[in-house]
Design a protein around this ligand. Structure first.
Ligand code: MRU
Length: 365
């Protein structure tokens, strides 16, 4: 997608130089900075510190982390160590394990002398597949949006989204926002309610940045506003991304998603999750009990960062010094509250039967 008219992906490799460029998402929306990853340790901290974030992009960065690691130590021990360290960076998104497992299988089968080249090639394949999957999600999701717009007789459609599941969360296009981009390009008149998404404000900073860049009308709202808007008929559709979705259709996504799904259910607002198949965890059935929920630093709750009037980025403390805080990063929306799951293969019911029918080979592995 474009920034100031120039096409960017969130990540682009330079195999000859043995480096990977990424957009530093901790600096957006106020500064656009590129960060260069020169080794596996830098890929690990880029994921852990959320320089890159969003389930699909975490997976692709992990795959390139393995490529960087194979330039450092391509022995069996080096391979196992890089896999374990990258896997430990963030626990919730299944895309990371999916990408690392894929790299590991390819590299274990190769001789150490071949591993570096094989790793760069596999990472590139994973990145290209991510772009293709997200673009296909965009096409399937745009059809859902188009149907709702037609039912509204062409009147402006209001879509609510949570967190950032746009192109910044993937290599390009995004998951929840890809259908919006495609629908807008097809001429659908729509407006997006952007949940600010405390504590890290991925909605207020990243989704707002993306939508502004694409010229999509939007309003940032406080996280607590969605239920009120739905009660007053001001939301026609919710679309969110996912970090891990079970084979039964339970959707894990950024903290606060579940509350939006409850409000959508109470107000009969369709609630869709858009995700590539790399987000599906076929080993799990009960999302609430089984999905590991990341708990991050309490400082992300007690403090907030933003641009001061002199242009400098500053962090301020919100809470009294004595305040205790907890920072749960994700929650699980049970399948019964999910109207449909949009993947690269189409729009499916949020049920084991529908997902297995769409992915027979993958679900049987
Ligand atoms: O903590 P983050 O910013 O990595 O969380 C991202 C989300 O929760 C997204 O909604 C999810 O990864 C889907 S991205 C296409």
């Amino acid at each position: 997608m474009k920034i100031d008219g120039k096409h960017y992906r969130t990540l682009w490799p330079d195999e000859a130089a043995g480096i990977v460029h990424v957009i530093d998402q901790t600096r957006l929306p106020h500064r656009f900075e590129i960060c260069v990853l020169r080794g596996c340790a830098e890929a690990e901290s880029a994921i852990a510190d959320m320089i890159v974030r969003g389930a699909p992009l975490i997976g692709v960065t992990g795959a390139y982390g393995m490529a960087l690691a194979m330039g450092e130590d391509a022995s069996d021990l080096g391979l196992q160590g890089a896999y374990a360290r990258l896997l430990a960076t963030r626990p919730t998104a299944s895309n990371l394990k999916w990408a690392l497992d894929r790299q590991f299988a390819v590299l274990r089968a190769a001789a150490p002398a071949e591993r570096r080249a094989r790793a760069w090639a596999e990472a590139a394949a994973i990145a290209e597949e991510d772009v293709a999957m997200c673009e296909a999600i965009g096409a399937h999701g745009a059809a859902v949006i188009g149907d709702l717009a037609a039912r509204k007789g062409g009147a402006r459609l209001n879509i609510l989204t949570h967190c950032n599941a746009g192109w910044l969360a993937t290599v390009d296009w995004g998951t929840a926002l890809a259908p919006i981009y495609k629908a807008v390009r097809a001429g659908v008149d729509l407006h997006v309610w952007v949940d600010e998404t405390r504590p890290r404000n991925q909605g207020a900073s990243l989704t707002a940045f993306e939508l502004a860049g694409e010229g999509v009308p939007f309003s940032v709202i406080a996280d607590n506003a969605g239920g009120h808007l739905m009660q007053h008929g001001l939301v026609d559709l919710c679309i969110v991304g996912s970090d891990r979705t079970t084979r039964t259709g339970d959707v894990c996504n950024k903290i606060g998603t579940y509350l939006k799904a409850l409000a959508a259910h109470d107000n009969r607002v369709p609630f869709y999750a858009a995700l590539p198949s790399s987000t599906l965890d076929w080993s799990m059935r009960d999302g609430v009990r089984e999905i590991p929920i990341e708990e991050r630093s309490a400082r992300e709750v007690t403090h907030i960062a933003g641009r001061a009037s002199d242009g400098a980025t500053v962090e301020v403390q919100l809470t009294p010094d004595a305040a205790n805080a907890r920072n749960f990063a994700f929650d699980v929306t049970p399948a019964r509250y999910v109207t449909g799951i949009i993947t690269e293969r189409g729009v499916h019911g949020a049920s084991e039967a529908a997902l297995v029918a769409a992915f027979p080979a993958e679900s049987a592995r």
